[in-house]
Design a binder for this molecule. Sequence first.
Ligand SMILES: NC(=O)c1ccc[n+]([C@@H]2O[C@H](COP(=O)([O-])OP(=O)(O)OC[C@H]3O[C@@H](n4cnc5c(N)ncnc54)[C@H](O)[C@@H]3O)[C@@H](O)[C@H]2O)c1
Ligand SMILES: O=C(O)C(=O)C[C@@H](O)[C@H](O)[C@H](O)COP(=O)(O)O
Ligand SMILES: [Zn+2]
Length: 361
Amino acid sequence: MPTETVSLASARYDILVETGSLQRLGQHVKIAGLSGKAAIISDDNVGPLYLDTALSSLTEAGYAVTTHLFPAGEASKSMTRADELCRSLVQAGHDRSSFVVALGGGVTGDLAGFVAAIYYRGVPVVQVPTTIVSQVDSSVGGKTGVNTPEGKNLLGSFHQPSLVLIDPATLTSLPPREYREGFAEVIKHAAIRDAAMLAELEALNPDDVPPPPELLLRNLAIKARIVEDDEKETSGTRALLNFGHTIGHAIEASVPYGQLLHGEAISLGIRSALYLSEKHSSLGASDRDRILALLKQFQLPLTLPTGLTTSSLVEKMNRDKKFSGGQRTFVLLSEAGKAHTSKEVTPESVEEAIELLRTPC
Ligand SMILES: NC(=O)c1ccc[n+]([C@@H]2O[C@H](COP(=O)([O-])OP(=O)(O)OC[C@H]3O[C@@H](n4cnc5c(N)ncnc54)[C@H](O)[C@@H]3O)[C@@H](O)[C@H]2O)c1
Ligand SMILES: O=C(O)C(=O)C[C@@H](O)[C@H](O)[C@H](O)COP(=O)(O)O
Ligand SMILES: [Zn+2]
């Protein structure tokens, strides 16, 4: 089976990508060495579609399984839902020998991963991602957590999965908007590390679902290598995965959670980050236009929703986890495929980069 392995000082795990692999979840979990009772956490869109398959496969492999559903959507990435899920696991008799299976998109992966990170001070988690965002990005690397009204992912923990099992066939049930939003992260990976992949994405028809499994595998491998370099975002390499997120997260958190999908907010953030890259790094207009054209190809938004003031976005942005001790760090491109962090971006440029989003593209 096409596999990537993530090797960290603290953990080593496989990412398996194969059509139909959800039916063999139990076997793969066994090979990964997990024992104990399984708690599958999923949302109420994904549950009705894939819970039976996951449950049967784990049961056939000899696992006792309980299931825990929560309401779909970004608003569920909250401490309240994490608390409810933890209590539901306690009530279902899970103890330190249990493990969590996160079955769903990035919201499920982040929330269930966070539950696993804190449950009885930590139990293993298996990530079974079912969206583009989660298959190429959120299931890999161990960032788990929840939002607060003040900002995205402000509470959380690094908790690496024991296994990531990707079944690209699950993407066929995604509504078109939820399918396309994921390409913001796919394009981000190519933009920061692999200019050649931009051409492959240009050749992709957004209506051909699912995308080639090998493209998913190579795209998530970009993230896996960065995480191996800097697991906990301490040296600066992992911060590159935040390209487009500084302003993007501020926008996402400034409208009611879920109004803008994560990838849609990141598309806006990428437009701003391209502007800053031209102004404060060496990004050329042709690379900028190529990346903007790709975002358009996947019908991602490039203009701000109405009613957001620049000052309120700047205020939200100042809580970004890359900013500390009064130092503002941005991720810029020097050219397509090459990213770096910079502390040179001025407040005036940030305001311009936000104002730009009020103009058509
Ligand atoms: N931890 C990380 O490194 C990381 C990376 C990227 C994004 N994220 C987080 O991921 C979240 C966004 O993830 P997302 O875009 O997958 O959102 P999501 O999990 O909310 O999924 C989007 C929608 O699609 C539905 N859905 C999921 N899979 C489906 C399927 N196969 N068929 C039909 N419907 C399906 C969901 O129920 C939901 O309504 C954000 O909270 C973001 O912050 C985290
Ligand atoms: O894994 C990472 O590191 C990323 O930055 C990936 C991002 O796509 C993702 O949205 C992540 O959750 C953002 O991290 P945060 O630390 O800014 O919350
Ligand atoms: Zn993201």
